[in-house]
Design a binder for this molecule. Sequence first.
Ligand code: PLP
Length: 385
Amino acid sequence: MTAARYFDYAATTPLDPAALEAMLPWLGPQFANASALYESAQTAAAAIEEARERVAAAVGAQAEEIVFTSGGTESIWMAIAGVAIDCTSGTLLTTRIEHESALQACAVWRHLRTDLAPVDAEGIVRVEEVARLIRADTRIVSVMHANNEVGSVQPVGEIARICRRHRVPLHIDAVQTFGVLPIDVRRMEVDLLSVSSHKLYGPQGVGALYIRSGIAWRPAVTGGGQERGRRGGTTNVAGIVGFGSAVSSAMDRVELEARRTTALREALIEQIQLAVPDAILTGPRADRLPGNVHFCIPGVDGAAMVLALDARGIRASAGAACSAGSTDPSHVLLAMGLSPELARCGLRLTLGRGTTETAVREAAIAVASAVAELRPARSSLHAPL
Ligand code: PLP
């Protein structure tokens, strides 16, 4: 696969070469169970602590406030479950555009009601609705830092102020922003924050949860007492070391990469708008993830579009769940007020380190050609028999 034609960086990223190099010894001769007492195990434990320092520094936390997990989904589960687990009543407050991992982590607590804050037409959470929905018995507020489909960056500072006023803990799903936008848990006044390694050029299957020291939280994944009793399970030494390395590389270039990707994003938006004039740009123009381009192309099913682009060497995403060759209407687009028909027509192209100006031009040409191919097919499908 040509890296330059990969436009699905929001789904996963290629492994940073330095991270791979850092991981290799731990996958080979240096293997060890980091909980054991002998010297090689202690070396592994020290490598984990170094990675913890790196993750902590990148989010402005203390090392002991970072717990390693198997990824974003588990971090989000642990954050919400760790508060909900001791609640016999009350409500959870999240938003209509959260990732399924957060929506389901709330829904599983059937005796606790989940309130969903609405968003505006650009996919930005309505702060005044959060203020209206938060109650004396709200146990936790969980909001994503940026949406994975349409790239909308959320007003987490304002939401944090509401949570502080009501003394309700705030969890932020920062899976899409870690390594992309600056994060400082103290300045942002968040209590829990979830991140994932494979979105910032680290290995898959690793993530971390920041747990502010002193908050009322209890481990939901227990077992062998690893991670100071906060997450059971033999530690993924190689994965964590690779994650730590990837975090440092990402932090070294965060601003430069954001500027470069934003410029490429704007070029891609402009070229698609010129080539497909009725394509509807979805999500905000200003408060948008640097590498996110999302369109709804009327009459062109998202899954069919992804397959047509793949045939042209472009790897993209429909942004929403695909089943049996067609796209389910995206819950994010529905929450933004789009019709179910249009919400099946999402196309997400996400940019990253390997994206070039040439690749952007090729992607825009491929989108125009795929639309031309798919539209006649659609009208013949609907032609009277
Ligand atoms: N939250 C958001 C916003 C995401 O985009 C994703 C993954 O796409 C996740 C959570 C889940 O992360 P992971 O794949 O590491 O489990």
